[in-house]
Design a protein around this ligand. Structure first.
Ligand code: ADP
Ligand code: MG
Length: 253
């Protein structure tokens, strides 16, 4: 294996082994092995109901697997809550937006992790300044940290959520269908944010059911189908037509 072909280095960041998850009788994940290296950008694709969100919700502590192990930076870990996941340096941006539309940008960036004075008052000026800095570092120039999220475009909202991950020094950022309801121009904005993360050496799992998008953004592509891992391949070793055929047929070869 030659090591210079991919822009990911080979140090493992997260590995899941033999993951199984049931919802009642639905076997949502069946013996899934999944890993991502440091600085790597993995695209997770598959039809609706394939198990993509369930897999990442296990990483982010919203679901527990019935069976299987998770390793982070080479050590076996237990992720029993979203707090555990964040403590490891994993930030997830959900399909069902995790932002509070009626709160300001800066309140959203610091939600649940607000800096406070010794007497418990929010350090608003710190929050305002640092959120604007985090947004700028994503290439997002918004006019004030105090405008409500509800007034932003879809692309800008994703930018705020990604800036939050960046501010809290995530090692792994997971984006669950971040481009779902976005216009072409907004999708391009989201790609720019993801490229900023990449440039800063942060690993990204990018979930979508748009194959063209993963071919633009990811180094490696993992395909789930009906709870099983169908394909795990470097982008350079495949193409959109081949993968879309596999997804449609639900089987390889
Ligand atoms: N909270 C839940 N309760 C029951 N079934 C669920 C739940 N979440 C997901 N499922 C089921 O698990 C399967 C995988 O779903 P999901 O992970 O959301 O797929 P994807 O994100 O790839 O569209 C589907 O059959 C879905 O209906
Ligand atoms: Mg989903």
């Amino acid at each position: 294996m030659s090591s210079n072909e991919s822009n990911s280095n080979s140090k493992e960041l997260l590995r899941m082994a033999g993951i199984n998850k049931y919802f009642g009788k639905v076997h949502a994940l069946e013996d899934i092995d999944f890993k991502i290296n440091e600085t790597e950008n993995v695209g997770l694709v598959g039809d609706n109901g394939a198990g993509k969100s369930t897999l990442i919700k296990i990483i982010s502590g919203y679901h527990r697997a019935e069976k299987g192990q998770i390793y982070f930076e080479g050590k076996k870990v237990r992720i029993s809550s979203p707090k555990d996941s964040r403590a490891l340096g994993i930030e997830t941006v959900y399909q069902e937006q995790a932002l509070a539309p009626d709160l300001s940008i800066s309140r959203n960036i610091f939600m649940g992790r607000e800096p406070a004075t010794a007497l418990g008052f929010l350090r608003k000026r710190v929050m305002d300044e640092e959120s604007m800095d985090a947004l700028k570092s994503m290439g997002l120039h918004l006019r004030s940290p105090n405008i409500n999220i509800s007034t932003l475009s879809g692309g800008e909202r994703q930018g705020v959520a990604i800036a939050r991950a960046f501010y809290f020094e995530a090692k792994l950022v997971i984006l669950d269908e971040p481009t779902m309801a976005l216009s072409v121009k907004e999708v391009r904005e989201v790609f720019n944010f993801v490229n900023q993360l990449k440039r800063k050496g942060i690993s990204v799992i990018f979930i979508t059911h748009n194959l063209h998008q993963v071919f633009t953004i990811s180094d490696r592509i993992v395909v789930l189908s009906h709870g099983k891992k169908l394909v795990d391949i470097k982008k350079k070793d495949t193409n959109v037509d081949e993968l879309s055929e596999i997804i449609v047929r639900g089987t390889i070869g």
